[in-house]
Design a protein around this ligand. Sequence first.
Ligand code: SF4
Length: 114
Amino acid sequence: MKELICIICPRGCHLTVDDQLNVSGNTCPRGAVYAKQELTHPTRTLTSTVRVVSELEAMLPVKSNKPLPKEKIFEAMEVINKTCVKAPIKIGDVVIKNIFGLDVDIVATKNILR
Ligand code: SF4
């Protein structure tokens, strides 16, 4: 039996999962999906910043366009910390393509136009 808190929405339901992955305590079906994934293949959307060569800013906020396997987050941060891009950058521009071959891109979340 495992207990966890659903992080899908601010309600934060307290979930209980038995050994057969039956979920209780969820107010909606998304909680059951989250609990099963968290216990079998946990993932996280990564948000961070990369250095940018710009007249206006020193750092560009970025995020993964899909959730990454949780065990890859620290390795992804190492790649992100070594990355530097040059303005102009627009929201959605790919900063790191297909990181680790996982079909996940790291994309800009802010316009830095010069
Ligand atoms: S189970 Fe549904 S209502 Fe409860 S926190 Fe998760 S998403 Fe929100």
